[in-house]
Design a protein around this ligand. Sequence first.
Ligand SMILES: Cc1cc2nc3c(=O)[nH]c(=O)nc-3n(C[C@H](O)[C@H](O)[C@H](O)COP(=O)(O)O)c2cc1C
Length: 403
Amino acid sequence: MTSRRQLLFGAGGLALAGVAGRAWQQGLLGGGNPALAAWDDWSSGRLVGPLKLVGAGVLAASPHNSQPWSFAVGRLGVDIFEVPGRNLGAMDPFGRERLAGLGAAIHNMALASTAAGRAARVRLLPDPGNPAHVARILLGPEGSGPAPHPLLPFIGRRHTHRGPWRGGTLADARMAAVLNFPAFAGVRVALFAAGSAAGQRFAALTSDATAAIVADAAMMADSHRWMRHERRDADRLKDGLTLATAGVSPWLAGLAALLPAPSAASEGDHWLANTRDQQLPTASLFGLILTPTPHDRRSALLVGSAWQRLHLNATAAGLVAQPLNQLPEIIDREAQLRQPPRFARLADALLDDAAWRPSFAFRLGLADTPAPPALRRPVSAVIGHPARMEWEVEQWRAAGGAF
Ligand SMILES: Cc1cc2nc3c(=O)[nH]c(=O)nc-3n(C[C@H](O)[C@H](O)[C@H](O)COP(=O)(O)O)c2cc1C
C-alpha cells in the first residue's frame, strides 16, 4: 500500500518536475541555449575581419531587445541598416529609441574594429536617398588600426541589470570613470546622486511616468509583443525580454514560471511595483542623456552610442546599470497624442538648461550578483544585402577613394 510519506514525496516530486518543466519552458533552466550563442561567438574570438564588427554590433543594447538592425558586409567594411518593422509601436512612436539601439550597435562596432586591427571610419547616415542606411564603417588595410581598445573585453560582459542593488553612494573616481569618453556631438550627460534632491525628483518622476504608461493600454500591448514567456519562442526568435533577465530572484522566477504567461496588464502591475519598490530605491546614481534635438536621426543615433559607451565604462568600473526610459517614453507618447506636454514640463525641473531635452534615462550602482545575458540573434541571422556593400564600395574606389 502506498504510504502517506510516499504519496507526499510523489506529489512533491511531481510538483518539482512541474516547476522544472515550466522553468525550462521559460528559459530559466537548461544550458547550451542557442539563443545565447552570439555571446560566445564574440568572446571566443572566432569571428574575423568585418564579421567581427557585426559580432560586436549584435551584442549592443536595444529597446526591449528588439535588435532593429541588419548588416551588409563587404571586404572593405560594413553597412548598417535600420529595420523599422522591429518597432515598439506606441512605446516609441517616433522611432527615437530604435535609432538609439542602432547607435549602440555602431559604437560597439567601432570599438571592435580595433580588435580586427584595421583603422575605421564611421559615417552616420551616409545615403541621403536611403534614411534606413544608418551608418557605414569603412575599414583600412590589415595592421592599419590602433591598439585593441581596453573596453573590448567588456562588450561580452555588459548586461542590463534589473534586480535590486546595494544602494549607497559612489566614489567620485568611479563616476569620473563612467563619464570618460570622447564627446558625442550635441549630446550631454547629467548625473544625480540618488539621495540628492534632484535624484529624488528623478525617482518620483520615473515612478509617475511608469504609472502613466501602465494606464495606457496601447503602450502596454505594444510592450507585451516583445515579451518571450515560452522557451520555444525565445529559441526561435532570439529577441525580446524574458523572465530570466527581469531582475527577480531565481526562486521567485521559478515560482512565477509555474503560472500561465501573464497578460499585458499584469506585466504592467509587476513592472510598476518593481520600478517603484526595488529599482529606484536601490540605485546609487541616476542619469539623463540630453540633446537639444531628440528626434533628429543623427542625434538619436549618438544618444544610443553614448549609452553603450557609458554602460561599457560602468561594467569596466565594476558597476551595474539599467536604462529607465519611462520619462522620455511618456514625453513622446504625449506628443504623439497631441496632449498637453505634462511630463515634458515636469522634466524641466531636472534640467539646468531646458533647451537640452532628456532622451535617455538610467540608473547606476553596485550589485551582489551579475546580470544574466539576454537573447540575441547571431551574426548569420542579421546579414543581408551583401551585393549592395560590395557595389557601393567598388564605386567609391573607382572614384579614387583612398583610406
Ligand atoms: C533605447 C533603449 C531604451 C531602453 N529602455 C529600457 C528601459 O526603460 N528599461 C529597461 O529595463 N531596459 C531598457 N533598455 C535595455 C534593453 O531592454 C536591453 O538592452 C535589451 O533587453 C538587451 O539586453 P542587454 O542590454 O542586457 O544586452 C533600453 C535599451 C535601449 C537601447
